[in-house]
Design a protein around this ligand. Structure first.
Ligand SMILES: *Cc1c(COP(=O)(O)O)cnc(C)c1O
Length: 415
């Protein structure tokens, strides 16, 4: 794309878009341009139908029998394998369970157990905070454990990886800047030093093609309520490479991780495979919603999705820089499409108020403290025309100073 595209050029991009039919698969309120599918994916008729069926038939009619007859008990591993297909994991290595925070705890703990004699956890100072909070929690249970942070203890993560490091916890795509890490290269770097890696895929699962097996990843975790559209609070997933499963011990040794949960034996004996990374009973209605969301993902060509994701974000950056020049916005995301995930962030001193004004006009993105406006680009339900309209509204808010209205400065609990 040379120069600044006009509306006719944007409409031509939509006319040529092969992913356009997916837009009808999602529920989207009138008047909303949704640029926050990276925080909470939208509902879809497919998911709502699964929820209805799960609640009325499987729970309502089937009652306790549904654990067997509706496949409830195996749902975490069945759906885990389906997510595995989206993140490059062969079957038997991924299970849906618990939350990302809890899975980080399990994975870090297991990784440290596989590297006895090593005491260091490496992570990013700019990580999503819960990852660091959980790393602190794991370190607090292991005498002598130390947390080393990129951006605090050294500028680049590679410099922190040496023979004392047990595990590196790293976000594939940074939640705030959208920067994409090179999974294969960083995994190799850690392995060369004898360390293991836990990849956090919260902002890459469903956002771009991922190849865990190809990168020889050890562990991975991720959300299902963001790009995967599983619904608010839908359970997370955890990946453990086959080669580690027999040895890897996670600390939350609940009955769902037992080799024979219904033998009701006294001592804990871990399941031989990925099920050992479960803990207890899972939220079945949420899992059934996730199943519906994955039905849609089965039809998606990930390579085509990635191309459109980059094109949507490129268009957004180009239009914002052309039309909102001089209003104090600074790009915080890598300009090069290949180096970012599926989001674009702009810094602004009044990012909170501007985002509130955008939301009031139907352009829903989000704010990340202290000064970031974050916009997610989800190719299945966004058009190039949406990007055009969103920038027109942003320009209007900046030009008129509409964001200065006092009501936009009121802070809500969730941003
Ligand atoms: C969204 C997100 C989480 C969320 O964790 P929960 O346990 O689901 O609340 C964790 N890590 C990263 C990197 C995220 O983006």
């Amino acid at each position: 794309m040379d120069g600044i595209p006009d509306l006719a050029a944007v409409e031509a991009m939509d006319a040529a878009d092969l992913l356009r039919p997916f837009r009808d698969r999602f529920v989207m309120p009138d008047g909303v341009i949704y640029l926050d599918g990276n925080s909470l994916g939208p509902a879809s008729p497919t998911v709502l139908a699964e929820l209805e069926k799960a609640a009325r038939q499987e729970w309502g009619e089937g009652l306790i029998r549904s654990w067997n007859t509706a496949g409830w008990f195996d749902m975490p591993v069945v759906l885990g394998d389906r997510i595995g297909r989206l993140v490059g994991a062969a079957a038997g290595q991924t299970v849906v369970a618990d939350t990302t925070s809890i899975n980080i705890y399990k994975a870090l703990h297991a990784a440290m157990g596989l590297r006895p004699g090593r005491s260091v956890i490496v992570a990013e100072g700019g990580s999503f905070p819960t990852d660091l909070y959980m790393a602190e929690g794991v370190a607090s249970t292991r005498p002598g454990a130390v947390l080393r942070l990129e951006g605090v203890d050294a500028p680049a993560i590679e410099e922190l990886i040496d023979g004392s490091v047990a595990v590196v916890l790293i976000n594939h795509v940074n939640y705030k800047t959208g920067e994409l890490r090179d999974m294969a290269a960083l995994t190799r770097r850690a392995h060369d030093a004898g360390a293991l890696v836990v990849w956090d895929l919260c902002h890459s699962a469903g956002a771009l093609p991922v190849d865990l097996d190809g990168a020889h990843a050890d562990f991975a975790v991720g959300c299902t309520y963001k790009y995967l559209n599983g619904g608010p609070g839908s359970p997370a997933f955890i990946y453990v490479a086959h080669r580690h499963q027999a040895e890897a011990r996670q600390p939350l040794s609940g009955w769902w991780g037992h080799a024979r949960p219904f033998a009701f034996e006294q001592g804990f004996a871990a399941d031989a495979g990925i099920r050992r990374f479960q803990c207890g009973t899972q939220p079945m209605l949420s899992l059934r919603a996730l199943k519906g969301a994955l039905d849609i993902w089965d039809e998606v060509d990930m390579a085509a999705m990635r191309l459109k994701s980059i094109a949507l974000a490129d268009l957004f950056i180009k239009l914002v820089e052309a039309k909102c020049d001089g209003f104090g916005l600074t790009l915080e995301t890598p300009r090069e499409g290949a180096r970012r995930g599926s989001q674009v962030s702009f810094g602004h001193e009044h990012a909170y108020e501007i985002m509130q004004a955008l939301i009031a006009r139907g352009v829903i993105g989000d704010f990340r403290a202290p000064s970031t406006l974050r916009f997610g680009f989800t190719p299945l339900y966004l058009s190039y025309g949406d990007v055009w309209s969103a920038v027109e509204i942003l320009q209007d808010i900046l030009r008129t100073g509409a964001w200065k209205d006092a009501r936009f400065a009121v802070r809500a609990a969730v941003t």
